[in-house]
Design a protein around this ligand. Structure first.
Ligand code: MV4
Length: 506
């Protein structure tokens, strides 16, 4: 039985996890750094403990301190969220050694999936397709050349301890190979303390499509279908949707089975994600497994009706899954946009600061998972993502139309955010047609990042404010009824543009 859960995280995901705990009558313990004294997760949890200074290394990554707090507060379990200690096998083991339930998979599964060469080998043995490439680490020039003879150019050099795009190098010409390997090795050593690299055939314009899986500790494993995550920037997902416009029903079923086989191959339990690359001919290849709850889990929750965090808690209590594969259906279409406190029109520079005003979208088919409130200061120490807007529609078009409406409703001042950039993606014709791969943002960057006058010039702001005063004057002059009937309120530029947005820059 789990009566109390410590959440070893912050921000929107800490709040998200506490919500499910609250519904289940489970008490919650928040932990917080100096910068997070006034954070939402601290306010929302049943109890909260300070764990150290602002830098993550001294707080949210301090495994021993967090376990101490769990013991002191009598928490039965620790939920690590995503990032921080969520895929740290040593932390998972330390929790269990201290008699605390780690809400996640076994340390063994984390280790076997964390090492990409081991993961590839495991997948080959399980009959799950992997990208053609090496089965062992590259040690010498001779073996590297041999691999190239077998699979041909172009190739990617990847760090075995890497993942998520860190420590990757593309090689298009034979004479770049050895240098690329040397560079990849030294980068891998610097980033992960391990210089092991391997080679994969480069897939030119892939889709990134991942499958959510749930597995209990009694050997039952199901998948909750896919998420199309090809809209990325610098290996950071920006928009995710489900179902993927690129999959056929047959391919979906085949990939779902492969995802289950992948999870079973490491005796996986808990919630996990199998990432695949899918090439232009719809060949799919296992890429990596994420052994944690993911940022984009809500779109799966919306289309399947399953609360993934509740399922994690049930699995951690050693309950059996209460549904079989055939019980799980996809209903309609869901899209998620990640909102960050950053300036997309200035190289996506993080823009921490005090939130002066915030008004989040809601209404039919809209979910917003966030944590900031008016007066809250977004700290500079952590990821700039402040919320996620998830819309649902009976079909893809309705979900997109609803997302456009939701992003229009999203008003925030004090900090700059990525909403305008996201709105432009929602209006892009290729996106609307469902025609995009992992190169989408790069391909459309001129259109998506174009500086319009309205966005930048102070004089445009002044004109808008002048128009606003003009409007007020007319409003005062006009008879109320006449005005309401005129039906042309929208022709006033300030209204369309958003006065709050103009004021924000002055
Ligand atoms: C690849 C690839 C092409 N071929 N591997 C980037 C993130 C990491 N998880 C793996 N990544 C890639 N691996 C081979 N053999 C292209 C990418 C890739 C990518 C993958 C998913 C989403 C966006 C991406 C953007 C650039 C490159």
């Amino acid at each position: 039985m789990i009566n109390k859960v410590l959440i070893a995280n912050r921000g929107e995901i800490a709040v998200r996890i506490i919500r499910s705990c609250r519904e289940l009558g489970i008490k919650t313990v928040a932990v917080y750094s100096d910068a997070d004294r006034k954070a939402m997760h601290v306010r929302y949890a049943s109890e909260a403990y300070h764990i150290g200074p602002s830098p993550s290394r001294e707080s949210y990554l301090n495994a021993d301190m967090i376990i101490d707090v769990a013991l002191k507060s009598n928490a039965d379990a620790i939920h690590p969220g995503y990032g921080f200690l969520s895929e740290n096998a040593e932390f998972a083991q330390k929790c269990r050694d201290a008699g605390i339930i780690f809400i996640g998979p076994s340390s063994d599964a984390i280790i076997r999936m964390g090492d990409k060469i081991t993961a590839r080998q495991t997948m080959i043995e399980a009959g799950v397709p992997v990208v053609p490439g090496t089965q062992e680490k590259i040690t010498d020039d001779e073996s590297a050349r041999k691999v190239l003879d077998e699979i041909g150019l172009p190739v990617m050099i990847k760090a075995s301890a890497g993942g998520g795009g860190k420590g990757m190098r593309l090689v298009r010409k034979q004479d770049e190979l050895l240098r690329a390997i040397k560079l990849a090795q030294s980068e891998a050593l610097a980033s992960f303390g391990n210089d092991t690299v391997y080679i994969e055939k480069y897939i030119e314009s892939p889709h990134h499509i991942e499958f959510q899986i749930l597995a209990d500790t009694h050997g039952n494993t199901v998948h909750l279908f896919e998420r199309e995550c090809s809209v990325q920037r610098r290996h950071q997902k920006v928009i995710e949707e489900t179902p993927s416009p690129f999959l056929t029903p047959e391919l979906r079923a085949e990939m779902g089975n492969a995802a289950i086989a992948a999870a079973k191959a490491v005796n996986y339990f808990g919630a996990g994600t199998i990432e695949f690359l899918v090439d232009g001919n719809r060949n799919f290849y296992f890429l990596e497994m994420n052994t944690r709850l993911q940022v984009e889990h809500p779109i799966t929750e919306r289309t399947t009706g399953i609360d993934i965090v509740k399922e994690q808690l049930k699995i951690a209590s050693e309950d059996s899954l209460s549904f079989k594969q055939s019980d799980i259906k996809q209903h309609g279409h869901a899209i998620e946009c990640r909102i960050s406190a950053e300036d997309p029109f200035n190289s996506f520079t993080p823009n921490p600061g005090i939130v002066r005003h915030i008004s989040e979208p809601n209404g039919l088919g809209v979910r917003t998972d966030g944590y900031v409130y008016e007066g809250y200061e977004i700290p500079m120490h952590y990821d700039p993502m402040i919320s996620k807007v998830i819309t649902w529609g009976r079909n893809r078009k309705e979900a997109i139309d609803r997302m456009r409406r939701a992003l229009y409703e999203y008003k925030i001042t004090g900090v700059k955010t990525s909403t305008k950039f996201l709105e432009r993606i929602m209006r892009n014709t290729d996106f609307a047609a469902g025609q995009y791969d992992t190169h989408f943002i790069d391909k459309h960057k001129d259109e998506l990042l174009a500086q319009c006058d309205d966005d930048n010039s102070i004089s445009a702001d002044m004109a808008i404010i002048a128009a606003y005063f003009d409007y007020i004057k007319k409003f005062e002059k006009a008879a109320m009824g006449d005005f309401a009937l005129s039906g042309n309120g929208d022709k006033y530029k300030w209204k369309d543009y958003g006065l709050m947005k103009a004021l924000q820059r002055i």
